[in-house]
Design a protein around this ligand. Structure first.
Ligand SMILES: [Zn+2]
Ligand SMILES: [Zn+2]
Length: 795
């Protein structure tokens, strides 16, 4: 008999066609398989039992990276006799689309060949196979074929072509197959800071393995080398060398924000960090994200060292393992050729950019922008089609918390339990990601960055264009934040589209994002959005909210009381301003507290007057602001050089005291219409502890306990009034592991069902997903009720 089979899902770029070929030939079936822009189509012909076996095996034996949305089998009239099994040329189907596979780190097979002196790709940094290699960063169009990637510029040599066509070869049908004879190459260029020559910028060029050896030597000698990665440039240096790390901080303008490191292997990591079993799995997974690990106390006995300057005042370190062949060649400690130039086993690997600018991707751009930062460049001539940062994750009691979702994860879609119209959601101002959605898929973009910087806008616009094109989405709905100052608002206004525009409240979007992330169907639940900043419907800055939320709608049930945020922009960098504003507004005496000693009295006086007059002083219910204020009151830090710094340092100090700390008192104003948490008693009691010289860690821990108690308290009050028993947690504040653990555990003890993010960040990196979903539910509601909502954009 003959069957025609249509397979949809993540089935291209995962070695699916070679797998089908192998399966069909093994079962003695004839026919063909081909990629289309909508998935994979195939036809098999042969004995009935073998065809049945084949169909069962498609799901059961598929390559591990394949994800099926649909496998449909049709009867096929047996009027053509096929004489073998072919992989046919791919076909385009108008409008058809499919999910794309993310970049996949080098597989163990390829790693073995890379270091096998007998292999013709020995030490060749572009080795790949059907199961590994770049995908998302090199794909220009679907279907996934070499011609649609940045490897199209490199015609295969005869030997590569023979391997590509040989079903018995492990590189059979490898789209990115290449070798030293026909493929891209690396080169090393040194900047004038090393060896001045007539060329002001570049002095010498070294190619191939000698380039890698030279880079290893420079790294060992304490130089900073810009290295082209999968999705952009890194700046690399020896993580154990405090002078080099300090130099890198200086050049990059990044004072304290932690750097990530890349380690040669797990043993090297284990010498500087504790690794739990689940963290080991994350580190070695094919996504190879940056994993936040707890640092070991540095003692003389450690084999390797990481300078304190890599992650100042923190007890965690962001660590990743090599994920490309080139990474391996840089860090390998055993290969006899590479060992000629020993290299430090742990390297700082930070994004190749000045602070807050997008990471450089093109060679010329990198040479231009990074010359002041790097002593040398390790370049190659395979183009990066789309910019992609590293993903950052943390293990969470057997689950994974995604803090930045990029390489390895994006652009896998979030599968929705309901259908949506073609939608573009623009995301938030910080940690921006956007989301394009259609049918049952939400394609959340990789991390784009902070939209305050105009340099990021180009990245955003290019990304939106690429996603719309590659997933064939012409938005009918544009969703954006309620806040009208955002670049994204302007973007929505200028979109050359006749679409509905929906403005979505920040914390409603957070809760909807958590619901969609957990595949929840539409219903009302308790949404606990503890967060930094989000524009509220009343014009205030929200961020300590309990919303009774469904996808289409929300009601603000409880929040922290409004307190002044003096000089909001300056307060972002100087949490002491929030501390002073809060204390003054609550009538809590902070005179002579240690944290005020180091601030110019005149500056403090001006800030206080500003608050009294309400000049440039919005009010806020933000939990994030409360944390910042408390960290300052405790004397941890008056000014910050990166977002969340003071709170991260408070977490380090408080951790040890959590199990014994008791909460502070607080008051609740409960009326018919709303519940407001009053903070005067909390701050007074805490300041009492500060005056009594209680330990900072213990005071911080008591504060954590109090915030957790407030969270659980308001959930119970919401349940008492509404009978709702499900709680969704979303917002920046839940990145804080202490708070998350306390609240989640406390709610479970009270028999709530608690949802937390699974695939997307709880910070603003997950916002766009929520916006997309809310906008869809709002527009479909308005369609049935016939009311007009949102503006019809015509420009
Ligand atoms: Zn491989
Ligand atoms: Zn070749």
């Amino acid at each position: 008999m003959a069957k025609r089979i249509s397979v949809k899902g993540v089935v291209q770029g995962v070695g699916f066609r070679p797998f089908i070929y192998g399966l069909a030939t093994r079962l003695n079936l004839h026919g063909w398989v081909c990629n289309t822009s909508g998935g994979v189509e195939l036809l098999v012909q042969g004995q009935n039992s073998n065809v049945d076996h084949f169909i069962r095996s498609i799901r059961a034996e598929a390559p591990s990276l394949a994800r099926f949305a649909e496998v449909t089998v049709f009867d096929e009239p047996a009027n053509i006799e096929y004489s073998g099994f072919d992989i046919r040329h791919s076909t385009r189907i108008m409008g058809a689309y499919q999910p794309l596979v993310p970049d996949i780190s080098i597989c163990p097979d390829c790693e073995r060949d890379l270091f096998n002196p007998k292999d013709r790709r020995y030490l060749y940094p572009f080795i790949s196979c059907p199961n590994c290699g770049p995908r998302f960063t090199v794909i220009k169009d679907i279907p996934y074929d070499r011609a649609n990637t940045t490897m199209a510029d490199f015609p295969m040599c005869d030997r590569c072509h023979a391997e590509y066509r040989d079903p018995l070869n492990k590189r059979f049908h490898t789209q990115l197959i290449t070798c030293p004879d026909c493929g891209p190459f690396v080169e090393l260029r040194e900047t004038h800071s090393l060896f001045p020559t007539s060329d002001p910028r570049i002095s010498s060029i070294e190619l191939h393995v000698s380039a890698i050896l030279k880079a290893r030597r420079l790294l060992r000698e304490g130089y900073i080398v810009a290295i082209k990665g999968l999705g952009g440039f890194y700046l690399a240096c020896d993580a154990s060398n405090p002078y080099t790390v300090a130099g890198l901080r200086d050049r990059k303008g990044r004072t304290d924000q932690p750097f990530a490191v890349m380690a040669a292997d797990v043993t090297a990591i284990a010498s500087v960090c504790d690794i739990q079993k689940e963290e080991h799995l994350l580190l070695t997974s094919h996504e190879k994200p940056i994993v936040l690990l707890t640092r070991r106390k540095q003692t003389g006995s450690l084999t390797y060292k990481v300078s304190e300057l890599v992650a100042p005042n923190l007890n965690t370190l962001g660590v990743m393992l090599p994920y490309t062949p080139l990474n391996h060649l840089l860090l390998n400690q055993t290969d006899p050729v590479l060992a000629r130039e020993p290299v430090p086993p742990i390297l700082v690997m930070t994004s190749g950019n000045f602070i807050e600018e997008p990471i450089a991707t093109h060679n010329n751009d990198a040479l231009e922008r990074l010359s002041p930062l790097a002593d040398a460049f390790l370049l190659h001539n395979r183009d990066i089609h789309i910019r992609l940062d590293d993903s950052i994750v943390r293990a969470d009691h057997g689950d994974i918390i995604c803090l930045q979702r990029s390489r390895g994860y994006a652009p896998y879609p979030i599968e929705l339990p309901f259908e949506v119209k073609p939608t573009l959601a623009l995301g938030g101002a910080r940690k921006n990601t956007f989301c394009l959605a259609r049918d049952y898929y939400a394609f959340l973009s990789q991390h784009i960055g902070d939209m305050e910087k105009t340099e990021t806008h180009e990245s955003f616009e290019r990304g939106v264009q690429h996603f719309s094109y590659i997933f064939r989405i012409e938005p009918e709905i544009i969703a954006r934040d309620l806040h009208t100052d955002y670049f994204t608002t302007e973007y929505a206004r200028h979109a050359q589209l006749e679409v509905h525009s929906a403005a979505i409240q920040h914390h409603h979007a957070h809760i909807a994002s958590c619901m969609a992330d957990n595949s929840l169907s539409d219903r009302q639940l308790i949404g606990l959005s503890f967060d930094g900043h989000g524009y509220g419907t009343d014009g205030a800055i929200w961020g300590g909210e309990l919303l009774l939320a469904s996808y289409a709608d929300f009601e603000r049930f409880a929040h922290l009381e409004y307190l002044p945020l003096p000089d909001a922009e300056a307060a972002l960098r100087s949490p002491w301003r929030i501390a002073v504003g809060y204390a003054d507004a609550l009538g809590v005496d902070i005179d002579h507290l240690p944290f005020l000693q180091n601030i110019d009295k005149q500056v403090v006086r001006i800030a206080r007057q500003q608050t009294i007059k309400g000049l440039n002083t919005p009010v806020t219910s933000s939990v994030g602001c409360l944390f910042e204020a408390v960290a300052s009151l405790l004397g941890i830090r008056n000014d910050v050089t990166y977002e969340g710094q003071a709170v991260a340092e408070m977490e380090v100090l408080s951790k040890a005291f959590i199990s014994i700390a008791k909460s502070y008192p607080y008051a609740v104003d409960e009326t018919e219409s709303e519940i407001i948490i009053r903070l005067k008693e909390l701050l007074s009691a805490m300041i009492g502890d500060v005056r009594a010289n209680a330990s900072v860690g213990m005071t911080g821990a008591r504060f954590y306990k109090t915030v957790a108690e407030i969270a659980i308290d308001i959930c119970k009050r919401a349940r008492a009034r509404t009978n709702l028993n499900e709680v969704a947690l979303s917002g920046d504040a839940w990145q804080n592991q202490i708070l998350l653990d306390l609240v989640r555990e406390g709610l479970r003890q009270e028999e709530f069902i608690v949802y937390f993010h699974k695939h997307v960040p709880t910070n603003d990196g997950g916002l766009a997903l929520g916006q997309a979903v809310v906008a869809n539910f709002q527009t479909s509601n308005h369609a049935t009720s016939g009311e007009s909502e949102g503006n019809l954009l015509r420009s």
